[in-house]
Design a protein around this ligand. Structure first.
Ligand code: CTP
Ligand code: MG
Length: 555
């Protein structure tokens, strides 16, 4: 239980939030752990996809009588759940119990007549609700409780972090505030499902599946929506079942390579989304990239979407990250904090360039956790040895096999605190021999770099690829400097933490202050020593062994 003293020293609104949270969840301390997914990845994907197919998206008038709205929709069948959210207008996401209800609703829906303009009569599951007699109904209209789809402001975050009990509590708070909510996850699967409807006009049995941070359990509210057009299911079931002397094949158009096929398909789907995809704007076809894609914004959901095709390996790496995230409750908390730390110091950016990506940072955290003693996470090679025949998976010649049943992996015996792990993470990478060594989660140990890129992180499945090939020497140096400095701050903090009433940022809050880049000390207590000096100081503290009691006891 969080002592009342802490709550009382917090600014009013936050304290109220915290109290509400404690009342509603019963046990606020384990809130983040409760959300750690334990189901198999494929189970979650299938359930969510099926759920999304029974769901509709409705643009509503700004004020609406919720009860009447639900009664109106229930004429088409029972409703399982619904929620409202705001994004340049009020929207409702409504999940029916049966798919037929959606068809029934579509059957009474008309295509608008827009006066001088003309509408393209595409019948999707994205509707516009109008009030018939707006004058008569005004008295019954009420404001609706909306589900929040964005991450907290930095101000609120600092307040929450400063009110936390310990650094561990800070990391769990950050995770709780930034992780994708149930509603946001539903909206992501729904958006993919709506795009699938457009693609299905050409490929009726296709699937549009989310991958990347939307599904790997490391997604932050506001992150992009990566999706891929899966055409592999087409014909899978019919093909093998026939017997006898004959074998039937479709007559198809042949193109020079898989890449050209992908480009042609994405080109047409991109055109379709642009020309008549409801709510799809700013469609760009980036077909000459290493991985060709269509980028667009889905206005109603507010998601920036990247649609690729033929990308099963990326889905597999999302599954692997999902497994790592579910194996130990410390993993996600640590990854979220490192990602937020990197964002706060502009080490990552939403614009592509020579920056480290979130995907690379996640790999670094996983690698670091494999290096602990005893290890917190198993290596990918070990997960491969646990695999059975059904787990076997070869994609385009790459062996992507690993055990998929989480229950077959023994939990780690390591009991290190998040505070210690965060500090050690910064120290580890502040001293890592990036010039010689490569990071490799398959074997869980450093290897000689096979090429000269400043940062080398091996792609877990396409092992000849470096996922951080784009990172420049200066960006890597900035990462190293910040890591050293952050390790230093946590060391100092452990000794001399400001009192909660002083309102001074401490622990994780101090690390997130974007002051280092301006050459202002992160910690106001002492002047910042230069990167090399910090390294030496940390080394000497380590060798004297003086920090052990502070580090392992936490607070
Ligand atoms: N990916 C990859 N190799 C890369 C970059 C990306 O295999 N060099 C795959 C990963 O599976 C990654 C996914 O593509 O998860 C999506 O990439 P991206 O959107 O850059 O990363 P996310 O993990 O989704 O993180 P973010 O929240 O920053 O979008
Ligand atoms: Mg992404």
């Amino acid at each position: 239980q969080r002592p009342l003293r802490r709550l009382l020293s917090c600014p009013g609104t936050v304290a109220a939030d915290l109290r509400r949270e404690e009342q509603s969840s019963g046990n606020a301390e384990t809130g983040s752990e409760d959300r750690t997914p334990k189901k198999r990845f494929s189970e979650v994907q299938n359930e969510r996809r099926e759920q999304a197919q029974r769901t509709v998206l409705i643009h509503c008038p700004n004020k609406i009588n919720e009860k009447k709205f639900l009664k109106f929709l229930s004429q088409h069948g029972p409703i399982n759940t619904h929620f409202f959210y705001e994004s340049f207008g009020l929207y409702a996401v409504v999940e029916f119990c049966q798919k037929e209800s959606v068809t029934s609703l579509q059957n009474i829906t008309r295509t608008p007549s827009l006066g001088p303009e003309a509408a393209i009569p595409f019948k999707s599951r994205y509707f516009n609700l109008k009030l018939r007699n707006s004058v008569n109904q005004t008295s019954e209209l009420s404001s609706i409780q909306c589900s929040n789809q964005s991450s907290p402001s930095s101000k609120k975050l600092y307040q929450l972090l400063c009110c936390a009990e310990s650094v561990d509590d800070q990391l769990n708070t950050l995770l709780r505030e930034f992780q994708l909510t149930e509603e946001n996850t539903r909206l992501r699967y729904l958006t993919c499902s709506l795009i699938e409807d457009v693609a299905a006009a050409y490929f009726p049995d296709c699937a549009v599946r989310p991958f990347g941070s939307s599904v790997n359990s490391f997604g932050k509210l506001g992150c992009d929506l990566d999706m891929f057009l899966d055409l592999d299911e087409i014909g899978k079931f019919t093909a093998q079942k026939t017997s006898g002397n004959f074998l039937m094949e479709f007559q198809v158009k042949n193109v020079p390579s898989e890449r050209v096929a992908t480009q042609k398909i994405l080109s047409v789907i991109g055109e379709c989304l642009d020309q008549f995809g409801p709510g799809c704007v700013g469609v760009q076809r980036i077909l000459n990239a290493r991985c060709p894609l269509v980028r667009f914004s889905h206005q109603a959901s507010g998601f920036q979407c990247d649609l690729t095709a033929n990308n099963r390996i990326a889905l597999k790496s999302s599954e692997l990250l999902y497994m790592y995230g579910a194996l130990d409750s410390r993993v996600r908390a640590l990854v979220f904090s490192v990602r937020c730390w990197a964002r706060a110091h502009s080490l990552t950016s939403s614009i592509p360039g020579a920056w480290i990506t979130n995907f690379s940072l996640t790999m670094m955290v996983i690698f670091f956790l494999q290096r602990r003693s005893p290890p917190i996470l198993p290596t990918l090679d070990y997960l491969k040895t646990l695999a059975d025949a059904e787990d076997k998976c070869i994609i385009e010649g790459h062996n992507c096999t690993f055990v998929r049943d989480l229950n077959r992996i023994k939990p780690s015996g390591n009991t290190e605190t998040l505070e210690l792990l965060l500090k050690e993470f910064f120290e580890y990478f502040g001293n890592f021999a990036f010039n010689k060594n490569s990071i490799n989660i398959r074997q869980g140990r450093e290897q000689n770099k096979p090429e000269s890129s400043p940062l080398h992180i091996q792609n877990p499945f396409e092992t000849s690829l470096n996922i951080s090939k784009n990172v420049s020497q200066s960006q890597l140096q900035k990462f190293v400097d910040l890591a050293r400095e952050s390790a230093w701050i946590l060391h100092q903090e452990g000794k001399d933490r400001p009192s909660p009433s002083s309102n001074q940022p401490w622990g994780l809050a101090a690390l997130l202050l974007p002051s280092v880049t301006n050459n202002v000390p992160l910690s106001k207590k002492k002047k910042k020593p230069a990167s090399e000096r910090i390294k030496n100081l940390l080394d000497s503290i380590k060798s004297s062994g003086a920090e052990n009691s502070i580090a392992t006891n936490g607070r």
